[in-house]
Design a binder for this molecule. Structure first.
Ligand SMILES: *Cc1c(COP(=O)(O)O)cnc(C)c1O
Length: 233
């Protein structure tokens, strides 16, 4: 299957899930997670109508930017972001989906101030409360969302999560449901209903995520095929 065929199939599944949830398929933004795929693959996805491309690694993103890999679509940063690499991301992307600590938010704010811009971000939530994962713990989220409002060069546009890897089919649903409740609650109580994105769901579970309220899904493997982690570049 080609990238275009994969995207067409995913669009159908997205549309079905949206209709199941009584929502308009047009509300759902499809982000192609293009890590470890080259500029040609990115361009193929853009030609096939992907809404957004998302990258995980700063160096790879900068390299592909210099190759004009993303021309024609918004670019998001979706991976773990180290503070010392913030300046290579702020202003280069339309949205940083992975703002998962107050330290990182503050660094993004500082850097955006220097560049005289306002950086859109999502707050990443460690919804499974996993040791190894970054993101705000559910118990800290409300306060973090409040603190983020005070940063003049950061604009929070919603929430993002990567739930724990589940062995059972539909195992992510309880996490998606929790995320939806946080999204609605924080949006209403703190953000005057100005949130626009609830980003959750990947290749294996994007339909479940949409049924639980996601309006942005990040899909890699199902679009680009399996990633070859053995390759060196
Ligand atoms: C790679 C990645 C995805 C997509 O994962 P697939 O399982 O390949 O669809 C989504 N979100 C983030 C943050 C990723 O790094």
């Amino acid at each position: 299957m080609s990238i275009a065929q994969n995207i067409a199939k995913i669009r159908e599944e997205i549309a079905q899930a949206a209709r199941d949830a009584g929502r308009d398929p047009k509300e759902i933004t499809l982000v192609g997670a293009s890590k470890m795929n080259d500029a040609a693959a990115c361009r193929e996805a853009i030609a096939a109508g992907i809404d957004v491309l998302g990258e995980n690694r700063v160096q790879e993103m900068q390299q592909k930017l210099s190759q004009n890999a993303y021309d024609g679509v918004p670019l998001h940063f979706i991976g773990h972001l180290q503070r010392n690499k913030v300046k290579q991301v702020v202003g280069y992307v339309d949205l940083i989906q992975s703002a998962g600590s107050l330290e990182l938010l503050s660094e993004i704010d500082k850097c955006a101030a220097k560049k005289e811009l306002v950086q859109d971000v999502l707050l990443e939530v460690n919804i499974g409360e996993e040791e190894a994962k970054s993101g705000f713990l559910p118990g800290d989220l409300f306060q973090a969302a409040q603190a983020a409002k005070e940063l003049p060069h950061v604009r929070v546009r919603g929430l993002m999560a990567i739930p724990p890897v589940e062995s059972e089919a539909h195992g992510s649903i309880p996490f998606f449901e929790k995320m939806y409740r946080f999204y609605v609650d924080i949006n209403e109580k703190l953000y005057n209903n100005e949130f626009v994105y609830l980003s959750m769901g990947m290749s294996g579970d994007f339909a479940d995520a949409i049924r639980c309220g996601a309006n942005m899904v990040r899909v890699g493997t199902a679009i680009f095929g399996a990633r070859n982690y053995g390759q060196t570049n």
